[in-house]
Design a protein around this ligand. Structure first.
Ligand SMILES: Cc1ncc(COP(=O)(O)O)c(C=O)c1O
Length: 383
């Protein structure tokens, strides 16, 4: 192999480049019309009422946490198997994270363990839950909603891995990840390895007008120019800073790329599913586990994760063949920050998963011959 194969990669075509160049030649590099268009297009794609574009997925989490009212002492449950910022968003607001283990079959937050935790705690202990559609597996938000209703919690869905993913609800109807039907807010990232690449970028989707309004305020310094919301009006230049907000805006340059990329989202997810299918049947006989081999087509396959006993050796073996796999993720509770704050914690399924997991390359432009090369290399390792 004369090139290396990464585990994930963006795909930029001529239309993307033309769209960005158009913005560069226009009047607005930021805070122009592309942002709103991207928000509208994305909300339509996901099937949510509102979408708010922000500078990255972490900002999307932070603003969602603020808009949901996380403050000093707010306790929130999430999975240790995610990127650190899922948990960090609560810490940013002075809240406290309480991790709950994953279900080894889905690699997502185990709903039964969440229920146990809630049952054992006095009502009112927790404020919310952040389920993560890990690797693109669509978490059943309807099930989480019923728990949330029972205990008066909000749900923030981390759908960074799952734009285009869906689960089937109790009526066997498709419910898109992040649609907001069962969650209060959902977030996405447009980092280059994700389904839609803006360089950096993020989005919050919600069906709540109240949350939508808060998100927009927090995104831009807490400032409003809306005459209906001002306490007085000194003139056309006048604005008021209502809350302590941030500059978490997405630019028009990035939004133009997002709009253009979104047009190929369906095509690209089909290719991801095709690759996953091929991995599934080609690796089936090997002594490794594909945690969701039989799962239906609603998986968004941001990652293709396997678990196996000789993970470290396989990682090195593939690397020597220029196949760059990755480990997603080092459990968040193992990070020194979290250990210093909450002490050493053990989560059996997460620890086992971390010791065995490996993400094989999956991205829309992965060529068939490269996919064959990866599959044959994995087989060679086991021979
Ligand atoms: C599950 C998950 N949540 C949140 C984030 C944060 O997104 P960003 O890198 O855009 O800040 C990521 C990105 O790596 C992620 O994978």
């Amino acid at each position: 192999m004369d090139k290396f194969i990464p585990y994930g990669r963006q795909e930029i075509n001529d239309q993307d480049i033309t769209s960005v160049v158009e913005v560069l030649k226009s009047d607005f590099l930021t805070q122009g019309p592309r942002i709103e268009k991207f928000e509208k297009d994305f909300a339509r794609y996901i099937g949510a009422k509102y979408a708010v574009a922000v500078s990255n997925g972490t900002a999307a989490l932070h603003l969602s946490a603020l808009s949901l009212g996380v403050k000093n002492g707010s306790k929130v449950i999430t999975s240790p198997i995610s990127f650190a910022s899922t948990a960090n968003s609560i810490e940013f607001c002075g809240g406290e994270i309480d991790f709950c283990d994953i279900d080894p079959n889905t690699l997502c937050l185990d709903i039964d363990l969440v229920r146990n935790k809630l049952e054992k705690s006095p009502k009112g202990t927790y404020k919310g839950i952040i389920p993560v559609d890990f690797a693109g597996y669509p978490v059943n938000m309807e099930a989480f909603r019923s728990i949330a209703e029972e205990y008066g919690l909000w749900i923030l869905e981390d759908s960074c891995h799952a734009p285009g993913g869906y689960f089937l609800d109790s009526k066997k109807e498709k419910q898109n990840c992040g649609s907001g039907k069962y969650s209060d807010a959902s977030i996405f990232s447009f980092h280059p390895v994700k389904h839609i690449a803006c360089g950096e970028g993020g989005m919050v989707t919600t069906n709540s007008f109240e949350i939508y309004e808060k998100l927009k305020l927090f995104r831009s310094h807490g400032i409003t120019k809306n005459p209906e919301k001002l306490s007085k009006n000194d003139g056309g230049w006048y604005y008021e800073m209502k809350v302590l907000g941030y500059n978490y805006r997405l630019s028009d340059i990035q939004s133009a790329l997002g709009i253009s990329q979104l047009k190929r989202a369906n095509l690209n997810i089909s290719r991801r599913r095709e690759i996953a299918k091929k991995y599934n049947y080609s690796l089936n006989d090997l002594p490794l586990k594909i945690p969701y081999a039989n799962y239906h087509e609603g998986h968004a396959f941001h990652l293709f994760v396997i678990t196996c006993k000789k993970r470290d050796e396989l990682y090195e073996f593939l690397r020597a063949k220029k196949i760059f796999t990755q480990v997603h993720y080092i459990p968040i509770h193992k990070m020194p920050y979290y250990q210093n704050k909450y002490g050493i914690q053990e989560f059996e399924n997460s620890e086992l998963y971390y010791s065995q997991c490996l993400s094989l390359p999956i991205f829309p432009t992965l060529k068939d011959e490269d996919l064959d090369y990866i599959i044959n290399s994995v087989k060679e390792f086991y021979e």
